[in-house]
Design a protein around this ligand. Structure first.
Ligand code: CUA
Length: 202
């Protein structure tokens, strides 16, 4: 079979390009652990609100100091509606939906992921200080255009690690630290002698 010289050039050229593209994808996924943000982890959409991964929603600090944002999407809002995160520090997002497919997008950043019921989308990114708008970029129903949330990114030194996120874990080897916000102040004019019930009140 005779193949025209130009035909040959095109075949070899496109073949080489495909080979390069596939090697780059293979290298990034294997060596750099770069994966699509969706379908990492599964979850029952009916139990999301009771699941410890999403109850409560919002910002948490793991025992290793890493910052995590746990977000739930539903028609037609993101929970929580407002978050504050530290600038220049990697933040890992865990996002799921309790109803239909939504699209989580933090405008003017590279934070973007499809949010599919039954799956937990996950990605890690860092932010510059500023106020950001979070929108839904996947049509999800009549209220799609009203589905948004706010993100505030402040310098790390000004950032207050949230105390929500379950039981505070004492630092390794150290003494337990009181929760942020200081010691509770007894009510003015109240009894000074605490009753046994009051002393057990958490
Ligand atoms: Cu949610 Cu569009």
């Amino acid at each position: 079979m005779k193949i025209d010289i130009y035909e040959k050039v095109w075949m070899i050229g496109t073949g080489t390009m495909l080979a390069v593209f596939f090697s780059v994808i293979a290298y990034e996924s294997v060596a750099m652990g770069r994966m699509p943000p969706s379908h990492v982890e599964t979850i029952d959409p009916k139990t999301v609100m009771a699941d410890p991964r999403f109850s409560p929603q919002g910002v948490r600090v793991a025992t290793d100091g890493s910052v995590h944002a746990h977000v739930v999407g539903l028609m037609f809002t993101w929970l929580p509606g407002e978050m504050t995160l530290p600038a220049g520090k990697p933040v890992t997002f865990h996002i799921t939906s309790i109803d239909v497919t939504h699209g989580y997008q933090i405008v003017r950043t590279n934070a973007q992921s499809m949010v599919i019921p039954g799956y937990v989308s996950q990605f890690t990114t860092t932010f510059d200080p500023g106020d950001y708008l979070i929108v839904c970029n996947e049509y999800c129903g009549v209220g799609h255009h009203t589905m948004y949330a706010k993100l505030k990114v402040v310098p790390e030194a000004e950032w207050q690690a949230p105390s929500t996120g379950g039981t505070p874990v004492p630092p390794a080897g150290g003494t337990p630290v009181p929760p942020a916000g200081g010691t509770p102040v007894p009510p003015a004019g109240g009894t000074t002698a605490a009753t046994p019930e009051a002393s057990h009140d958490h």
